[in-house]
Design a protein around this ligand. Structure first.
Ligand code: NAP
Length: 246
């Protein structure tokens, strides 16, 4: 019998991360799902994932905390013995024009979005190197490519993820580990729900496909990048944005 593969998804209890975790569970992966919020209804999530026929464990850890990430990955390895795919998805926004942006708003976004990718990847990569096999997919954003007023902190973090992705891809390609990023545009999740209808309308007019994307539409591309169908793709950033950035 073929051994079951394992995926670790950071920030996987809602939004894009949850859709990614479900996509992998549906493929027969066992899933390690990370979250940080105390309000998370783990019991409901356990029931939801058990219906998908995969083993799922939920680990609370703040990705901006190096020691918590060390513990999380150790716990995941103890449970399943391996991590084949890492999805660095956890992320936040704290939007403000630079003139008004507080130091804490800048630091927090960089610490979670960018340092978090380092913290988790640093813990997972030794297992992949040892196995000489692995797949890492990082959630960047189109604003990391083209910028966005009010998001100096967020777009810097997402641009940083692109540099991280390309550098690591070059470091580990010889060990059969592929590292890619996706750059979503505007996807309907809690993150974009805070925007008012006027802003949403204005955004839609700038999108050639004239609508926001769905979390599932991101999850499908992530699934492709982790699959053998993408075996010759590494160090790339795939935009999933309805044509917003060409
Ligand atoms: P979301 O609905 O706001 O969910 C964010 C997820 O990140 C939650 O699961 C949250 O966990 C987790 N998270 C936040 N801080 C964390 C921390 N310190 N440690 C661990 N987990 C943490 O966001 P989303 O829209 O699904 O976005 C997912 C990723 O896609 C993010 O990296 C985001 O920047 C990127 N993205 C989103 C869009 C978009 O339009 N939605 C566009 C481009 C890129 P809890 O539930 O426990 O709080």
């Amino acid at each position: 019998m073929e051994e079951r593969k394992v995926v670790l998804v950071t920030g996987g209890t809602r939004g894009i991360g949850k859709e990614i975790a479900k996509e992998f569970a549906n493929m027969g992966y066992d899933v390690i799902i990370n979250f940080v919020s105390d309000n998370t209804d783990i019991k409901a999530l356990e029931e939801e994932f058990s219906k998908l026929g995969s083993k799922a464990i939920f680990i609370k850890a703040d990705v901006s905390d190096f020691t918590s990430c060390e513990k999380m990955v150790k716990e995941g390895i103890e449970a399943f013995g391996r991590i084949d795919v890492l999805i660095n998805n956890a992320g936040i926004t704290k939007d403000n024009l630079l003139m008004r942006m507080k130091e804490d708003e800048f630091d927090k976004v960089i610490d979670i979005n960018l340092k978090g990718v380092f913290n988790v990847t640093k813990q997972v990569i030794p297992y992949m190197l040892k196995k000489r096999e692995g797949n890492i997919i990082n959630l960047s954003s189109v604003v990391g490519i083209c910028g966005n007023a009010g998001q100096c902190n967020y777009s810097a973090s997402k641009a940083g993820i692109i540099g991280f992705t390309k550098s690591l891809a070059k470091e580990v390609a010889s060990r059969n580990i592929r590292v890619n990023a996706v750059a979503p545009g505007f996807i309907a999740t809690d993150m974009t729900e805070v925007l008012n209808d006027t802003i949403k309308e204005a955004i839609n007019t700038q999108i050639p496909l004239k609508r926001m994307g769905e979390a599932k539409e991101v999850a499908k591309v992530v699934k492709f990048l982790a699959s053998d169908d993408a075996s010759y793709i590494t160090g790339q950033v795939i935009n999933i944005d309805g044509g917003m950035v060409m």
